[in-house]
Design a protein around this ligand. Structure first.
Ligand code: G6P
Ligand code: MN
Length: 441
């Protein structure tokens, strides 16, 4: 590969973007840059972050060409890595994904339940267009995709582009968890060697080895059961995230085999979660009034004072660091271990080959080389088969424009379950998403 890389960040107006920019500037020893371009279809949002970026790059990496654009021909020309995180419909639609189900007494969440399905179907058209556009300009670029709901998006992309071998689907929640275990143990999580299986936002750590081969999972379980669990960046997290991490102790009480991904709280305790969620003030409101305001105000302030030296805009650096580190692993062929989504093809025993499972993999220039998982217990297998079937039907509903498959998907979803509820919520989601979904019949 080249000495210095051309990068495009798709979704330049995201609140996570400043953190990614910061990680890019600080990791040039492992990921050297020639050019960074932000791309977004929302010019106004992106310009605020883009102006921050200009100052950041001028101060931290003046040799790197930096710009932002709404022109895809400019964005995708001769790029090596595409860092992709879009939000089709923005926070307005996230709010609907959360509130429409909650008002019907069902869990609605960004990636989970009926709201997750709405978002998944919404994202597909844009995601397919992005991959085609990138390929038209840069046939060999690596697309590092962490667009949500990652489970559905990864599965849908694999169906749309079965021959693609330069798309890596990855989520930051396993890294957030690893860093959180590190804080709890007072150890550096980059030394941990994880063993993990599941689907995205639906998985478990079975082992976590340290450098000496000691499995830390028993110690972590004991600690969490006795003291609870906090995110690594607890001081910067909103209450809902603290509540989410706290639920890991409940999950370990009931299902002590493995360390669960936090998103399992919704699937395992829907009644409890429902009782504690406010259908009129959901996570999207928390983000709109919190991170969103903070990030945009801070980027504007930086642009005004003309320096980013003392800026607090970068919040959770796990996200940006992960994206840069995994890209660097490909670029430098380091074969470090990351938890990524890959086609099952026998990794998890007795599980469909075409499922996009989330597992540990060694990542290098040929992409992820996953580690085998083998047989999993009946409980986990049952949960995963159910979730996979929902995901598959949701994506088939998108491609086939099938109302019937969408209805089946929602009926299978653990957070809907009842067919009459599924039909009622599907009709509301169709109405709410009419500008984004294909017409289902
Ligand atoms: C984690 C997940 C992401 C998700 C994010 C939501 O990082 O891995 O998939 O988008 O949380 O965070 P938010 O603060 O927007 O609710
Ligand atoms: Mn995620």
């Amino acid at each position: 590969m080249k000495d210095k890389l051309n990068i495009v960040i798709v979704g330049g107006g995201s609140t996570w973007c400043p953190g990614i920019l910061k990680s890019l500037t600080k990791h040039q020893d492992i990921f050297p840059l020639n050019r960074v371009i932000m791309f977004d279809t929302d010019a106004e949002r992106q310009a605020v972050i883009g102006e921050f970026g200009k100052i950041l790059f001028r101060e931290e990496a003046p040799e790197v060409e930096f710009d932002y654009t709404t022109d895809k021909d400019v964005a995708y020309e001769d790029v090596d890595f595409v860092l992709c995180q879009i939000r089709t419909g923005g926070y307005d639609m996230r709010s609907k994904d959360e509130k429409i189900p909650l008002h019907m007494g069902l869990i609605g969440q960004e990636t989970v339940g009926a709201g997750g399905m709405a978002y998944g179907i919404r994202s597909m058209t844009d995601m397919i267009e992005i991959v085609k556009d990138v390929r038209a300009h840069s046939p060999k670029a690596w697309i590092i995709n962490y667009t949500n709901p990652a489970a559905l998006v990864a599965y849908g992309l694999q169906k749309a582009f079965p021959k693609e071998d330069h798309i890596l689907n990855i989520c930051d929640q396993p890294v957030n968890l690893l860093r959180s275990y590190g804080r709890l143990l007072g150890r550096d999580s980059s030394e941990f060697e994880p063993v993990y299986f599941g689907l995205n936002h639906f998985g478990w750590f079975t082992h976590l080895y340290d450098k000496d081969g000691v499995d830390l999972v028993p110690t972590i379980k004991k600690f969490v059961k006795e003291n609870g669990f906090k995110p690594v960046d607890a001081e910067q997290r909103d209450q809902s995230w603290l509540d989410t991490y706290a639920m890991v102790a409940d999950m370990l009480q009931d299902f002590p085999d493995y360390l669960p991904n936090t998103y399992l709280q919704y699937y395992l305790y829907p009644k409890y979660k429902l009782a504690h969620l406010d259908p009129d003030y959901t996570r999207s409101d928390e983000v709109i009034n919190g991170r969103e305001k903070r990030v945009f105000a801070e980027c504007r302030r930086v642009a005004e004072v003309g320096t980013a030296k003392d800026s607090s805009v970068v919040q959770n650096d796990a996200h940006g660091d992960m994206i840069v580190e995994v890209s660097s692993a490909i670029y430098r062929n380091t074969r470090q271990t990351f938890i990524v989504m890959v086609k099952n093809d026998g990794i998890v025993k007795d599980f469909p080959d075409d499922a996009m499972v989330e597992v540990a993999a060694s990542v290098g220039v040929n992409g992820p080389q996953p580690y085998a998982v083998g047989e999993i217990g009946t409980f986990y297998h049952g949960l995963m088969v159910n979730q996979y079937s929902y995901e598959r039907l949701a994506i088939e509903a998108y491609f086939e424009h099938s109302y019937e498959k969408a209805l089946q998907a929602l009926t299978l979803n653990r957070l809907v379950n009842d067919a009459k509820d599924a039909r009622a919520i599907l009709d509301k989601l169709i109405e709410a998403n009419k500008d984004y979904w294909p017409e289902l019949s």
